[in-house]
Design a protein around this ligand. Structure first.
Ligand code: 8YV
Length: 325
């Protein structure tokens, strides 16, 4: 008999077809988000699950799903999963690194350009019928080229952002827990500085940290107060890294140039005060959202699940300790 799996949200039909070759598949193609007890009920009789960032795999769910042996996240970030609870129950957990690096780095750059060159404001201005005459002395924003790009969290995506910045002749600074090898720094043309110096010097500060208890609100009122008056904050990492209430306050006072945000606390129910602000660019968590990349992510997650339930080491195993549990 084939192992039973659940695919918790809508994904590509071709990946489901691939999975049906290995498993009995319960696919939530109607895409209704499953929360708490509803998700646990769906996974209770399953051997494996292919899940998304919107699914919470916590200790209560693990306790309610004794058959579960593998949870494969379609996404690189895995703060939606209680790894310790999974490991203790012998559940293998995987993610999808690498395949989304370039797509996410592209979005970082789209937001840097949208911020500096006022793309969203300009678009709104025209649509609202406010463009009556062209003026030489209007729309005088900051440059992107030769500006200082700050990257907080210099993992694979941060490095891809830094490589793009070379094409714009930006001066790139980064801060990371561990400094990169000199050869990688040279390739990225990026200099390592302390967090405070990064906040003080960046014209565009891109956040690329994973979310955890340690990084929760690591950009709050005190950190925002260090930023330059004209600087832009760009968050394409995770909601919760920034204290959104402190950011709203800072943007209302126009204490920094603005913020370009792809992720939010409590998304998709973001702080409604963002909507009324003119110095903010908003996108709906689309970092990895190109067709090719999302397909690669789904395929990689499927490959992880096939390996995990087939008794092999999945390529992107996050908790090797679970194999011994
Ligand atoms: C994904 C992301 O599309 O991979 C991640 O961590 O944030 C996104 O780019 C999303 O998580 C899908 O589950």
């Amino acid at each position: 008999m084939k192992p039973k799996i659940a695919v918790t949200r809508q994904i590509f039909e071709e990946v489901l077809e691939e999975l049906r070759g290995h498993f009995e598949v319960d696919a939530n193609q109607e895409d209704q988000p499953l929360e708490g007890a509803a998700l646990a009920a769906r996974l209770a009789d399953k051997d494996g699950a292919l899940i998304l960032a919107s699914d919470r795999i916590d200790a209560a769910l693990v306790a309610a799903c004794p058959r579960l042996k593998a949870v494969c996240n379609i996404g690189v970030g895995y703060n939606n999963i209680d790894i310790a609870a999974c490991s203790a129950a012998g559940i293998l957990v995987t993610n999808t690194p690498e395949v989304l690096n370039d797509t996410t780095a592209d979005l970082a750059f789209a937001l840097v350009l949208a911020a500096g060159r006022q793309l969203v404001r300009g678009d709104r201005y025209i649509r609202e019928g406010r463009w009556q005459r062209w003026r030489f002395m209007e729309w005088l924003g900051p440059d992107v080229h030769h500006a200082t790009l700050g990257i907080l969290g210099m993992g694979r995506i941060g490095q891809a952002v830094a490589r793009r910045a070379r094409g714009f002749d930006m001066n790139t600074l980064y801060h990371n827990r561990t400094r990169l090898p000199a050869q990688v720094e040279a390739e990225c043309a990026a200099a390592h500085v302390g967090k405070e110096e990064l906040l003080r010097r960046a014209d565009y500060l891109v956040l690329l940290l994973p979310y955890s208890a340690e990084t929760h609100h690591c950009i709050g009122a005190a950190e925002l107060a260090l930023m330059k008056p004209g600087a832009w904050l760009i968050n394409i990492a995770r909601g919760g890294i920034v204290d959104d209430a402190a950011l709203v306050d800072c943007l209302r006072r126009q204490a920094i140039g603005g913020a370009a945000l792809d992720v939010f606390e409590n998304e998709p129910r973001l702080d409604p005060r963002f909507i009324d602000l003119d110095n903010v660019v908003l996108t709906p968590h689309i970092g990895g959202a190109s067709r090719d990349t999302r397909l690669k992510m789904a395929r990689l997650a499927a490959r992880n699940l096939v390996a995990a339930l087939g008794g092999e080491a999945p390529p992107n195993l996050l908790n090797p300790q679970a194999r011994r549990a």
